[in-house]
Design a protein around this ligand. Structure first.
Ligand code: ADP
Ligand code: MG
Length: 471
């Protein structure tokens, strides 16, 4: 890739991450190496690299791929020039351990080589994505919202006879889907090293497939994917609407199920809710065990923070956190675990740089932007999801045309809550309810207001929903 391409990619990234983030985190990145699916960037500090890797790596990677630069993995290395004699970069590094990717198979770190004449040795051609060494069962905090998903993942990780296929994990961003999948892979590798475990994202699946098409290696592709013992595909919603990739995925899936090989899939929503996914795939996905990761609750968030602090403490004894800081963070940062962890990482880095104890005040200062962003967290989609769940209707019915009362009423409740709990205007809300007119929304809101005055069940329901949504 030329620097020109990287320049273009950067332009696109502004749109994706916003100008502020771009200026702070993307612009300073220097592309230093691009080879074999790995793009390496120079960063000023380890903390910086860690931050970019957690928050923007997916954007960068997918934008690179969209621009025709096939990249599986990003690496961030502290640039030599930034390592001053006083070791500023180093001192951050001691606080923020850099992510240590390990290979999913002996080969995963290497890109699949395409030597058609050579006999296939598995270490060369398992086209998986690297696993994050931190994502283990040990480091996964179990709470009410994720206990089922965790139990199911554990079961698969035992590697016993396949009892449900696939295991389908779904839930919102940053709730631990990828973590659990990596944990399964790690565990399987320890318990049953002979198994061929292949983990990759649906996006990577697609790029591999497209690459195989281009290089006329489709047979190889099929063979590789059909010869694994455990296939894990992350974020499968990505292939919705991509017809030939879906088709190939479907066949791979069936071939493996027929051989009784375990499949684990994740997505950001339930199989039935993924738009533009073929019906036959949806129903196949529903055949196994479908479990969701619920949004975190306060206790789980606090547990995760405590565990992270414990980890840091074991390594660095100087760390002092004032009482109440973790509780404050668990209370205020409710969006997702990734943001929560990011906040803590930044706090540690900052505290160690300025050599101060982490007080509530320091936290408020240092995390002002994150705290502000968490304030306006509630989206119409979350409201729809919650209400649909509560009344046991499908999320798609929220935006669909059905008019029977059992569906129309919950839909109106969601409209009412959207009006109450988000800053969106009636036309904006209308758009998110399947393109309804703003007068329809107004009518819905009024209807619920009326009902609340006369129907105590309704007003109880609403109070509860509101409480849950505002967490
Ligand atoms: P998803 O794939 O669902 O978007 P990830 O698995 O990438 O989310 O999780 C985001 C971050 O939050 C990761 O760093 C992960 O380790 C952390 N995380 C999520 N849930 C938990 C948990 N229950 N315990 C510990 N860490 C968690
Ligand atoms: Mg994920």
């Amino acid at each position: 890739m030329t620097n020109e391409t990287w320049g273009l990619v950067r332009e696109e990234l502004i749109k994706r991450v916003g100008r502020n983030n771009y200026v702070t985190w993307i612009e300073p990145l220097k592309l230093s190496h691009l080879n074999g699916g790995v793009a390496r960037f120079e960063v000023p500090t380890t903390f910086f690299g860690d931050w970019v890797s957690r928050n923007f790596a997916d954007h960068i990677r997918s934008q690179l791929n969209t621009s025709g630069v096939a990249v599986d993995r990003l690496e961030f290395a502290v640039s030599q020039s930034a390592r001053g004699p006083r070791g500023v970069a180093k001192s951050t590094a001691t606080v923020v351990p850099a992510p240590v990717p390990v290979a999913a198979s002996a080969s995963a770190a290497k890109p699949a080589t395409r030597a058609a004449a050579k006999p296939r040795s598995e270490s060369e051609e398992m086209p998986g994505a690297p696993l994050d060494a931190r994502f283990t069962f040990d480091s996964f905090v179990v709470g009410k919202p994720n206990e089922l998903a965790h139990a199911a993942a554990r079961r698969v990780a035992e590697g016993g006879p396949v009892t449900f296929n696939p295991l389908f994990l779904y839930g919102g961003v940053g709730l631990g889907k990828t973590h659990l999948m990596h944990a399964i892979a790690h565990e399987l590798q320890t318990r049953q090293p002979h198994l061929r475990v292949l983990y990759l994202s649906a996006e990577q699946f697609m790029y591999r497939f497209v690459q195989a098409l281009r290089e006329r290696q489709v047979m190889d592709f099929k063979e590789i994917f059909r010869s694994v013992d455990v296939l894990m595909v992350d974020d499968v919603q990505f292939i919705a609407g991509k017809d030939s990739t879906q088709e190939e995925f479907f066949h791979t899936f069936n071939a493996l199920v027929d051989q009784n090989k375990q499949i684990v899939i994740s997505a950001d929503r339930a199989p039935g809710e993924i738009k533009d996914l073929e019906e036959r795939i949806k129903s196949r996905l529903q055949c196994g065990l479908v479990v969701d990761l619920h949004p975190t609750d306060y206790e789980l968030r606090l547990g995760i923070l405590q565990q992270k602090v414990e980890l840091y403490r074991q390594q660095y004894s100087g760390l002092v956190i004032a009482d109440g800081v973790l509780e404050f963070l668990a209370h205020r940062i409710t969006t997702n675990v990734r943001v929560l962890e990011g906040a803590l990482t930044r706090l540690f880095a900052f505290a160690s740089l300025v050599g101060r104890e982490i007080s509530l005040e320091l936290a408020q200062d240092c995390l002002a932007d994150i705290l502000r962003a968490s304030d306006r967290k509630l989206t119409i989609e979350e409201i729809q999801r919650k209400v649909a769940e509560h009344y046991n209707i499908r999320l798609s019915d929220m935006i669909g045309p059905k008019r029977v009362r059992t569906i129309a009423r919950p839909r109106q409740i969601a409209m009412y809550l959207a009006k109450q709990l988000t800053p969106r205007s009636l036309p904006e809300i209308g758009r998110r309810f399947g393109g309804r007119d703003h007068t329809t929304i107004m009518h819905g809101v009024r209807k619920i207001e009326e009902l609340m005055a006369t129907d105590s069940q309704m007003s109880d329901d609403l109070q509860m929903l509101r409480r849950q949504l505002q967490g």
